[in-house]
Write a protein that binds this ligand. Sequence first.
Ligand SMILES: Nc1nc2c(c(=O)[nH]1)N[C@H]1C(S)=C(S)[C@@H](COP(=O)(O)OP(=O)(O)OC[C@H]3O[C@@H](n4cnc5c(=O)[nH]c(N)nc54)[C@H](O)[C@@H]3O)O[C@H]1N2
Ligand SMILES: Nc1nc2c(c(=O)[nH]1)N[C@H]1C(S)=C(S)[C@@H](COP(=O)(O)OP(=O)(O)OC[C@H]3O[C@@H](n4cnc5c(=O)[nH]c(N)nc54)[C@H](O)[C@@H]3O)O[C@H]1N2
Ligand SMILES: [Mo]
Length: 763
Amino acid sequence: MKRNISITGNTNFSDLQLKEPAKYAAGTKAVKVALQHAFKEMGVSKSVKGLAQMNQKEGFDCPGCAWPDPEKPSKVAEYCENGAKALAEEATNKKVDAAFFSKYSVEEISNWTDYEIGKSGRITEPMVLYPNSIHYQPIAWEDAYRLIAKQLKNLNHPDEAIFYTSGRSSNEAAFLYGLFIRAFGTNNMPDCSNMCHESSGFALKETLGIGKGSVKLEDFDKADVVMVIGQNPGTNHPRMLTALQKCKENGGKVISVNPLEEAGLIRFKNPQEIKGALLGGEAITDIHLRVKINEDVALLKAIIKKLALLDALNQNVFDHKFIEKHTNGYDSLMDHLKDYDLADLIQQSGVDETHIDEAVSILAKKEKIIICWAMGLTQHKNGVENIKECVNLLLLKGSLGKPGAGTCPVRGHSNVQGDRSVGIMHHVSEQLNTAIKNVFGFDCPNKEGLDTVKAIPAMHEGKAKVFFALGGNFVSAVADTNYAAQALQKCDLTVQVSTKLNRSHTTAGKTALILPTLGRSEFDTSKGKARFFTVENSMGKVHQSKGLLTPASKNLKSEPEIIGGIAEAYFEGNHPVDWLSLSKDYALIREKIAAVIPSFKGINTKSKGSGFYLPNNVRDLNFSMLPNNKAQFSNCELPNHNLKEDEFLMMTIRSHDQFNTTIYGMNDRYRGIYNERRVILMNPNDIETFGFQPLDIVNLTSTYDGVTRHAENFKLISYDIPKGNVASYFPETNVLVPYNHYADKSNTPISKSVVVRIFKKNA
Ligand SMILES: Nc1nc2c(c(=O)[nH]1)N[C@H]1C(S)=C(S)[C@@H](COP(=O)(O)OP(=O)(O)OC[C@H]3O[C@@H](n4cnc5c(=O)[nH]c(N)nc54)[C@H](O)[C@@H]3O)O[C@H]1N2
Ligand SMILES: Nc1nc2c(c(=O)[nH]1)N[C@H]1C(S)=C(S)[C@@H](COP(=O)(O)OP(=O)(O)OC[C@H]3O[C@@H](n4cnc5c(=O)[nH]c(N)nc54)[C@H](O)[C@@H]3O)O[C@H]1N2
Ligand SMILES: [Mo]
């Protein structure tokens, strides 16, 4: 039986209201909004208890972003508005139980908006959807494990199963999961990182020898300049504003590079300081470079060319000692730059030359530079090159391996970096395979697995038949929603380990399971004793996290327990790993992590308190793993979109009221957009030139390789965005992102540069 599932949900408009975009981020309004969300979802006493323990040493790590906690956390609160919303969303008192599923079919749920689906509450018991049914029904944990084991055994080859990971799982859960998947026999481990910072990982590994950033939080206090490129910290990493504020207080400068003038980058009122909350707040950005979408390489090349001209006059602009001692490819880069005309680069970047000159005059004189970036750089066809161009600038300035300087890819999910460190990856690592063999005594598969973009066609074409997800909302997060939904629906079995209901539960396989799990903030016990797990933050620091709230239901299991249960049902005791013992004892898992991955040595003791840093070769200026033992300059090409006259480049971005596919609310307060997410932000001149009116209802198309994709029913908003560029919210416009167009090398979907056409509805 084919279920009649809506992929977009209800697309009717709500009551759109527009205000002036905010002139600053945070302030008392942020505190008020945070508490409103918290009280509404969790009630007052749970809110007070939960928020007091978030990001404190003995408490739990915020389930929101991966920004690190300060070494000396404040005595009171160490969270932001959006961290409070993340907690409220997880610890909500609303429940999705058996009665809910018997009332609402998956067909009906699929007609709701993402907001409505998410707001239905926490899933309280394991549920199954059988092939001829449209209603999930309860299933016992053991029966669910057996069902999964049976389907896995029925496959012709382990590569017919896909095991996705979102970035919220602990190190312990992720390690056990990776171990089971390898024991089962595949490397098909796509993860959310494939859609996120994979481009950063590739670029940094090739140029600096490690796929992670090099700065620590305290480097922000010492930096002369922080560049924030393609990132919106006011919304997505609000606690980063405190670090930028400190940098400014110590005399540092902030340069932002973004097509939009995001509120958090203009002014910041620190809600944790009386003066910040009440007074005007502090200006954050000294220079805003309003780059066109995907023209960062052109802009950076223009900056570097101008610096090179100054350096030729006075040898102090570039750090020649550093370049000589630590780098490879300087002469080649200088030659490569000669191929580009400065005026052309500036024109292509879209940035006013006077602003570029201001940035150049600061950068020329300063030595300690941090470059921060996020999705504005990674989610393009040339995502890897975008980041390599940033590395070029840092290498020229000798801005690595010293206090106040370095690379800062700002991670998304709170443990996305840790999941990778403990083995979630589709690539084969000989070193890891050998270590697993030595410690556990089994052989790991040595065929490269499927990443996110490759997993989708594999399911669509019937090459993969079982889809398993440890967290996340695959269908809404990946590119090409319609194609991805069909891919999942073709599977014999889809399994999702989830905290909350989401759209992927409706685009289910023939048989589908939902396995409800404990959230980060919840009390996790074994035989009455509290357990803790560990996470790694954006700066490579591993530390403990311990939940304290009463779990949403007695029938939840922790992620390691679920993985252990499935592994036991699959191997039935015939495997060298004692899955059940391991899954109950997180300290034992940590011991095994340390045995397999030497940099985690001592994790059981060292992760307590404020935790420990994993080794980082860039901090030590050790590039021995790279050609000539040196950091590498790169010659990056410019992107060429060849847009036709009626085409726009669209970026799909986050509103202030969402965490990825989880929609907290309908407002994007800082951008002044209220009550509506189906909007397209367009430059007022473009609106006029193309014969539109503000608030027109429009449809969008994107055409790649002769295939046209459609997204209908959006309201056009006049906004300060470069001409030829438009912006919309993720995931509403993911239907337009082609699944088979992605960044070179990293395979990250091109979610920030989708070529679209826009038509007035019914015109
Ligand atoms: N509250 C909240 N926090 C979050 C998340 C969330 O959804 N909500 N998501 C988490 C996750 S998983 C991640 S990865 C991060 C994402 O954090 P961000 O990367 O900050 O998120 P986006 O909204 O995708 O914002 C991209 C920014 O880049 C700009 N941009 C887009 N294209 C370009 C370009 O070509 N060049 C330049 N220079 N700028 C560009 C956009 O205008 C926008 O300001 O946040 C994490 N934290
Ligand atoms: N167009 C477009 N697409 C994008 C992006 C973009 O900028 N534009 N950004 C991309 C990026 S950066 C990312 S990281 C991905 C995100 O992709 P995902 O990680 O797949 O998506 P999320 O929305 O973070 O997943 C939310 C779901 O995770 C589950 N969950 C929450 N907490 C837990 C937990 O503790 N354990 C378990 N097991 N489940 C939990 C809940 O059920 C919730 O519904 O999306 C990508 N997609
Ligand atoms: Mo992300």
